[in-house]
Write a protein that binds this ligand. Structure first.
Ligand SMILES: Nc1ncnc2c1ncn2[C@@H]1O[C@H](COP(=O)(O)OP(=O)(O)OP(=O)(O)O)[C@@H](O)[C@H]1O
Length: 263
């Protein structure tokens, strides 16, 4: 569904490229985690997917068309079809919860009466119906992120981009937001691309992952495949915690016996 081909990004005045020849394939309906240390290029990569950053070279094919070649109208349409949520939520503080969720619908020119119905539906989906008239300052971090998710889904996107969406949340709230993302992926058949430096997020949620280092992809693919690749650094990292290991392996189709590794 998303094919990233030979993507590079060099910021003006930067000593080294932020992304170097990145190629990745994100299947429709996947939950794809991009992992890497600070400065590895994760944010740059995800921001290229809705052209908040322009790649220096390379192509990004979404549903068959190269988004780097879109004209202004095409780009506007693409951005409506690509929801995004952020670490610090990016809500408008002078607007109510309902009015925040309505923003993409206003941009898309949806009439007010239809906007209202869609906002109600979205707030129900994220469990915040009773907070419609609250302001962001009256919400917890987890509730703010739920508003962010509702807003990102308003224009019925095909893809949801998540930029460190749970980094500002405590572990319990993180777990409930990750569960909501998993439910949305299932219910809406939405493709999710998320960046994180937390292995736990990848463990809990993702079926695909890529590891970035110094702007380059060092490994990528289905987690079930990475788990049987002896060379995989993600495999080593993901299986590090013995307690969570059994559940995690079961989720990826292994039956609890030790993995048979062929050297
Ligand atoms: N606007 C910019 N101008 C110049 N250099 C930038 C800009 N944004 C990012 N960089 C550089 O590009 C590289 C990749 O940054 P990026 O923010 O994509 O990494 P990251 O993996 O998301 O890091 P973090 O986890 O700390 O957010 C870094 O060396 C960073 O300093």
């Amino acid at each position: 569904m998303i094919e990233i081909e030979g993507l590079s990004k060099i910021y003006a005045g930067a000593g080294r490229p932020a992304l170097k020849d990145v190629s990745l394939s994100v299947p429709k309906g996947a939950i794809y985690g991009i992992l890497g240390r600070s400065g590895a290029g994760k944010s740059t990569l995800i921001r290229c997917l809705n052209l908040l950053e322009r790649p220096t070279t390379g192509r990004i094919i979404v549903n068959g068309s190269d988004i780097t070649q879109l004209d202004k109208a095409g780009l506007r349409e693409h951005r409506l079809r690509t929801g995004m949520i952020f670490q610090h939520f990016n809500l408008l503080h002078s607007r109510t919860v309902a009015d925040n969720v309505a923003v993409p619908l206003e941009i898309a020119g949806v009439p007010k009466v239809l906007r209202q119905a869609r906002v109600d539906e979205l707030l129900y989906l994220v469990g915040l119906s009773e907070k419609a008239q609250a302001f962001p300052s009256q919400l917890s971090g987890g509730q703010k992120q739920r508003v962010g998710i509702a807003r990102a889904l308003a224009a019925r996107p095909d893809v949801l981009l998540c930029d460190e969406a749970t980094s500002a949340l405590d572990p319990e709230t993180t777990a409930s937001v990750l569960q909501l993302l998993a439910d949305i992926n299932q219910q809406l058949k939405l493709t999710i691309v998320l960046i994180t430096h937390e292995l736990e997020v990848v463990k809990t949620l993702c079926d695909h992952a890529a590891l970035l280092e110094n702007g380059e992809v060092v490994e990528s693919g289905r987690i079930a495949d990475l788990l049987i690749a002896p060379w995989s650094r993600l495999r080593q990292a993901l299986l590090h915690d013995p307690q969570a290991e059994r559940d995690f392996l079961a989720r990826h189709g292994f039956d609890g016996r030790p993995l048979c590794v062929v050297a």
